[in-house]
Write a protein that binds this ligand. Structure first.
Ligand code: PEP
Ligand code: MN
Length: 337
């Protein structure tokens, strides 16, 4: 971190700042110029409150030269992290396709969809039991009963399962769940993130609806700093001024994240656009941009889905997406396994 001191400041005030920095256990490198004094902070500055330093009267400007995240930072872990979910690997050239309904609605529905997406080539099964709905009057998911049905679908198809956890209260009910999803609305639910950090279960961390890449990485840091290294990031669209689609899929986040972090990154084109006919082109674009996988909503009867029918593919449409993605993967040096 570099702190530029305003011109002609009292020495005692500058010394106070320097002593405060040293008191934080950091080294200080001072460079006195004609017009300003520059103070370089040496050491782990992740605990320094940059906004506080910025507001000091004697300070002209502060620049962070080191990212505030350590565990997720590629600088300290140059190799891609590879996260194994029941033999299916995320990252390091592997590619996964997670598919299934937005929410679990009945035993027949989840088993039928699970079998259909498996036949089409999906490698993991998704299905929401606890649903974060904008309206309290909308279907809220089947809860614990839904989780039981999802586990049944896992037993019948052998597919690992991915489902959203909304509250730490439910952690015990998630025994047997292969990937716990933290939804966009909970990306900064820090208590939940800390609790999930105590587990070893892979966490699918979706990007918050208005989160910057750095805020998202800091949320991943919450999980990793508690000891869980198994974090998969998921770009699911952010809110912009555009209204033709539900959100705006920020594919530029993928190459940016690739530089910043070693964690795998997947894309959810269903929630990003909210319209089923756009899922295929954006899935292919995500592959081109370097995603490590996709998560796609599939329903056997979209018009009657209890949640997100407009963005859900029918199984045959999903099969076409898998086929096209499969043909693109060799071009980007990845493998669906
Ligand atoms: C979901 O995956 O069903 C979901 C609600 O996702 P998001 O948190 O991205 O809106
Ligand atoms: Mn959904």
């Amino acid at each position: 971190m570099i702190v530029v001191i305003k011109k002609n400041q009292e020495k005692t005030q500058v010394d106070n700042l320097i002593n405060w920095i040293k008191g934080l256990g950091l080294g200080v490198h001072i460079s006195e110029g004609e017009n300003s004094t520059i103070v370089g902070l040496v050491g782990d500055t992740s605990k320094v409150d940059i906004d506080l330093v910025r507001t000091l009267d004697i300070v002209e400007n502060v620049t962070r030269v080191q990212e505030p995240y350590k565990n997720v930072n590629r600088k300290f872990h140059p190799q891609d992290s590879v996260i194994d979910v029941g033999g299916h690997k995320f990252g390091g050239g592997h590619f996964q396709i997670i598919a299934g309904p937005c929410s679990i609605e009945s035993e027949k529905q989840i088993i039928d969809v699970a079998e259909a997406v498996k036949r089409a080539g999906a490698t993991l099964l998704r299905g929401g039991a606890f649903k974060p709905r904008t309206s309290p009057y909308s279907f809220q998911g089947m809860g614990v009963d839904g989780l039981k049905l999802l586990k049944k679908a896992k037993a019948e198809t052998g597919m690992p399962i991915v489902t959203e956890i909304m509250s730490e209260e439910h952690i015990d009910d998630f025994e047997g769940v292969d990937v716990m999803q933290v939804g966009a609305r909970n990306m900064q639910n820090f208590d939940l993130l800390k609790k999930l950090g105590k587990l070893k279960t892979p966490i699918l961390l979706k990007r918050g609806i208005a989160a910057t890449v750095e805020e998202w990485l800091m949320s991943a840091e919450y999980i990793m700093s508690e000891g869980n290294p198994n974090v998969i990031l998921c770009e699911r669209g952010i809110r912009t001024y555009e209204t033709y689609t539900r959100n705006t899929l920020d594919l530029s986040a993928i190459p940016v994240l690739r530089e910043r972090t070693h964690l795998p990154v997947i894309v959810d084109p269903s929630h990003a656009l909210g319209i089923s006919r756009f899922v295929k082109p954006m899935s292919l674009a995500a592959v081109g941009a370097g995603a490590d996988g996709l998560i796609i909503e599939v329903h056997n009867d979209p018009p009657h889905a209890l949640c997100d029918g407009a963005q859900s593919l029918r199984p045959e449409q999903f099969a076409d997406v898998v086929d096209c993605v499969g043909r693109m993967l060799p071009v980007v040096g990845k493998e669906l396994d």
